[in-house]
Ligand binder design. Structure first.
Ligand SMILES: Nc1ncnc2c1ncn2[C@@H]1O[C@H](COP(=O)(O)OP(=O)(O)O)[C@@H](O)[C@H]1O
Ligand SMILES: [Mg+2]
Length: 595
């Protein structure tokens, strides 16, 4: 529809311009009274002859003044139609344009959700945000808004040229000789544009990352009075960005003055040649035709300008499109197997079989084997960095193991669909991850909301009491990352979430380590209730959780060095016994007394 209306607008535009001709004829009092209607030809000469013929008839019948009035009304109607078509063309383009941008944004978001965690671990968050916002905007402005120009301007230019050709071929040929020179100049400036644009967008990503980090760590920045450091760091990137943007704009802004200058030069040359033709009276060009010719030729300037402008914007936008495509076309290396099995329940056991894994070159896990039977609790302990969280990430298949395999009820997790695998697991991590939403929605997190069950889950998680006292209870919005809540409250919410989802397998990764003693007690109490009758992989340094575990696995540098129950391990008098002595002196003393 856009193209159809644009073409109509061009035709009306050309037609309306050729109506200058009758004005001039009336003005110069030159209307030849032509009694015979001219035979139809597809040419400007026919048009002019036809106009002369009609005009002559009109003047004969109604007189000059009425004819002038009629011509005026006719011009207005044609212009009205032209601009109506222009509006309709834009009207339909707006729908396409925003539709494409929305689709692209959705595609990008879905891909971001779909990509494995590893993809983003090396990337700055701000960079991804920049791609989803600034780059997308750039695509909208740069590519979509000028898409029609790329189709329409050439058509406009070609139609105008054809029209000009039929008025006077010789003049038009001189225009055509000059065009390639202009094209070359325009193209050579355009080439450098993309590189600069790429750099500018990259810096924008850096800026957004910085901003994001600043917002997240504002209290620390202020507490350590690091404002200047952060401000300076921001300024450096900001200036670099401004530098590249300026460079880019300088180049881009060259497009329109350059094409105007080039077009006007062409027109002046034509003016010179044409006027001489009219003066010499030698060629078939009268002054009214020549003025009409010039009027149409001058109308070539806007499309020529628009075309160069569009060309430059597209170059700039394509740099952004590349950046968006980098994400959309990124390979997902953690994929569901072709005939992945859906599991609906967990029956027997999870087995880790000779697992080795590394994020980079440095091995993080070496030959780890253990099993976790249904209804049992296995605890992972070990120094920080020994690979405990990594084991949890492998079980949820956030990363794929390199060697060995993880089996659930005898099936390798690589053959199970990721969704059904993860549906079996509930996770409570060290950092309570909450979203800017109501308490209810944070607990249900995408599942159906059952108020009764949410309250029950919150009661088990020791969260009901504080939620009840909030202004809007379960409907209270907890702010960005749950910042309206205390650390302990946040953690109890994530525990309520795990309970609500009622997954058969629970993974607790140092759920209490970030808490103060008071909240730790409440959270620990919630966890104790949670452990009941569930299969749990718990990573903890609190003795009370570990002590009752059915199996305690001691990790050191990615290797299992001891395992057994609390009492077994104490008897071994190895690393575990030492750790217990170091980390929980009070608890250990109690332990010794009871012995
Ligand atoms: N995304 C990652 N990329 C690279 N190395 C990582 C990543 N996550 C963790 N590591 C490294 O893997 C090792 C084990 O980490 P982790 O399993 O988190 O230890 P723990 O939970 O026992 O403290 C550490 O040396 C850590 O530096
Ligand atoms: Mg950890």
């Amino acid at each position: 529809m856009n193209i159809v209306f644009n073409l109509l607008a061009i035709v009306f535009g050309l037609f309306s311009l050729s109506l200058i001709y009758p004005f001039l004829q009336i003005l110069f009092d030159k209307t030849p009274i032509n009694p015979i209607s001219p035979t139809f030809q597809f040419s400007a000469t026919f048009l002019f002859d036809y106009i002369n013929f009609t005009l002559g008839n009109f003047i004969n019948n109604y007189g000059k003044e009425t004819t002038l009035l009629l011509v005026c009304v006719f011009v207005i109607i044609v212009f009205l139609l032209k601009n109506l078509c222009r509006f309709l063309a834009k009207y339909f383009l707006a729908i396409v344009r925003n539709g494409v941008v929305a689709d692209l944004r959705q595609k990008l978001y879905n891909k971001i959700i779909d990509l494995p965690l590893a993809f983003f671990s090396e990337k700055q968050k701000g960079d991804t945000i920049a791609r989803a916002t600034v780059d997308l905007q750039e695509v909208e402005w740069g590519v979509l808004s000028v898409l029609e120009l790329i189709f329409v301007s050439p058509v406009n230019i070609i139609l105008s040229l054809v029209f000009l050709f039929s008025i006077n071929a010789k003049l038009t040929i001189s225009v055509l000789i000059l065009a390639p020179i202009a094209g070359f100049v325009i193209g050579s400036v355009g080439k450098t544009l993309k590189k600069v644009s790429d750099k500018a967008q990259e810096k924008m990503g850096g800026l957004l990352s910085h901003l994001e980090e600043t917002m997240g760590g504002l209290n620390i920045i202020k507490a350590f009075t690091a404002e200047n450091y952060f401000s300076n760091k921001f300024e450096t990137t900001n200036r670099e960005h401004a530098h590249f943007m300026t460079k880019m704009l300088h180049r881009r802004d060259l497009s329109s003055p350059m094409s105007e200058f080039l077009s006007v030069s062409v027109i002046v040359i034509v003016l010179y040649i044409g006027t001489r033709m009219v003066l010499n009276n030698s060629e078939s060009l009268d002054s009214a035709q020549f003025i009409t010719y010039l009027a149409i030729l001058s109308q070539l300037i806007p499309p020529a300008k628009a075309f160069t402008d569009a060309y430059y914007r597209i170059i700039k936008g394509s740099a952004s499109l590349d950046r968006i495509n980098e994400i959309i076309e990124a390979k997902t290396d953690i994929k569901d197997a072709e005939n992945a099995i859906e599991i609906s329940q967990f029956n027997n056991a999870i087995e880790f079989k000779n697992i080795s894994f590394s994020y980079t070159e440095k091995p993080v896990l070496k030959n780890i084997s253990f099993s976790l039977e249904k209804g049992k609790v296995v605890a992972l302990v070990g120094a920080s960095g020994s690979g405990k969280s990594t084991i949890a990430k492998l079980l949820t298949r956030f990363y794929d193991v390199e060697q060995g395999e993880i089996l659930i009820d005898g099936k390798s997790i690589k053959n199970i669909s990721q969704k059904s695998l993860r549906r079996q697991m509930g996770i409570v991590s060290q950092h309570a991850i909450l979203f800017n939403d109501t308490i209810e929605n944070n607990i249900a997190l995408g599942n159906e909301i059952n108020t009764q069950k949410i309250v029950e889950a919150s009661q088990i998680a020791n969260a009901h009491n504080f939620i009840k006292n909030l202004e809007n209870g379960y409907k209270t919005n907890i702010g960005d990352g749950g910042f309206l809540l205390s650390g302990g409250q946040r953690q109890r919410l994530t525990i309520a979430r795990a309970i609500y989802h009622n997954s058969p397998i629970l993974i607790l990764d140092e759920a209490t380590s970030a808490l103060d003693a008071e909240s730790e007690k409440l959270v620990q109490n919630a966890i104790d209730k949670l452990l009941h009758n569930r299969t749990v992989l718990v990573i903890a340094h609190r003795l009370s959780t570990i002590r009752n575990a059915d199996n305690i696995i001691v990790l050191d540098n990615g290797e299992i060095i001891e395992q057994g129950t609390h009492n077994d391990l104490l008897k071994m008098k190895g690393v575990y016994e030492q750790m217990v002595g170091l980390q929980f002196p009070v608890a250990l003393n109690k332990e010794k007394k009871t012995k």
